[in-house]
Ligand binder design. Structure first.
Ligand SMILES: [Zn+2]
Length: 300
């Protein structure tokens, strides 16, 4: 894409969106076999080779062609196995943030185990990029009401934001009563020195429902997602998109899952890449750090 094309693309974003609000583009960077389902045996269908590198090339290309910066929440073990990929993410100006070390559920860890797990990933990622890790997202949204105080561990590690809370109730995760806008969370009556960036929700039959990431992004038709983003932006709010590398490749290896989990994990993977490109061209998107700098005065 030429500089002129990029300028035209940027102004097209402005025309569509028109309100100066940036939405946030995020990816959880893990392998196809990283998943957490309570009581489900996560047996791989076959061996453990993967198309991970090709997926990352695709995601970085889409970001470049749509002129979007993004936040990549990367597992520490991915940093160990694919150091060149993590360096490429940073080199292209995106945020490299933490998704923990090995995709352990936060609420299955003690506070100390959680802190050590996040610290281990942060050390790996910072050594690769030479840049401070500013944010965290828990595997499978596993910061819930019972372990909300784990955010203090992130504050202690010098993090500036957490993006682990999904204000919904599902059989897997969620805090349905959590604030739906970016805020400084309170733990034990004290306001923490980091921002909570909750996942976007819309109201459906009086209940909070995700629309712009993972299963919801694949499940809902594109026009509905675009309407929801437009509606959020018109009322002065931002939306967050999140996806995993495996969600853009129908030919990636799969886990052998029961029907419901299989549906959630793999529904409409084939249509996701084109849908993502279209949505990124239709609205303004940037990384969480850039969003916090632009709209909340974050200084880093
Ligand atoms: Zn994950």
């Amino acid at each position: 894409m030429t500089i002129q094309d990029r300028a035209a693309s940027a102004s097209a974003h402005d025309t569509v969106q028109g309100l100066g609000i940036t939405n946030m583009l995020t990816f959880d960077i893990e392998e196809w076999f990283h998943a957490n389902f309570e009581g489900v045996n996560l047996e791989p269908v076959s061996g453990r080779s993967s198309n991970f590198r090709a997926h990352m090339d695709t995601l970085l290309r889409i970001c470049s062609e749509t002129d979007c910066k993004a936040t990549f929440f990367v597992l520490g073990c991915i940093g160990e196995n694919y150091p060149d990929v993590v360096k490429a993410i940073a080199r292209e100006g995106h945020d490299v943030a933490s998704h923990g070390y090995g995709h352990q559920l936060a609420y299955k860890q003690t506070f100390e185990e959680f802190r050590d797990d996040v610290k281990k990933s942060v050390d790996i990622l910072e050594n690769l990029t030479g840049t401070k890790v500013l944010g965290y997202r828990a595997p499978s949204w596993s910061i819930v009401e019972s372990n909300l105080h784990y955010l203090e561990a992130l504050e202690g590690l010098g993090m500036k934001y957490d993006a682990s809370i999904f204000p919904v109730k599902t059989f897997l995760y969620g805090i349905p009563t959590a604030p739906t806008k970016i805020h400084k969370p309170r733990v034990g009556g004290r306001e923490l020195g980091l921002y909570e960036v909750p996942m976007s929700v819309m109201k459906l039959a009086g209940k909070n429902m995700g629309y712009s990431g993972g299963f919801y992004f694949r499940f809902f038709p594109k026009f509905l997602i675009k309407n929801a983003i437009r509606s959020a932006n018109r009322s002065g709010n931002s939306s967050i998109v999140y996806l995993h590398p495996r969600e853009i490749d129908a030919d990636e290896q799969k886990l052998s899952l029961p029907f419901k989990e299989n549906f959630i994990h793999y529904y409409n993977v084939r249509g996701t890449e084109a849908k993502l490109e279209d949505i990124l061209r239709s609205f303004r998107f940037t990384s969480i750090t850039e969003h916090l700098k632009q709209h909340y005065g974050l200084k880093v």
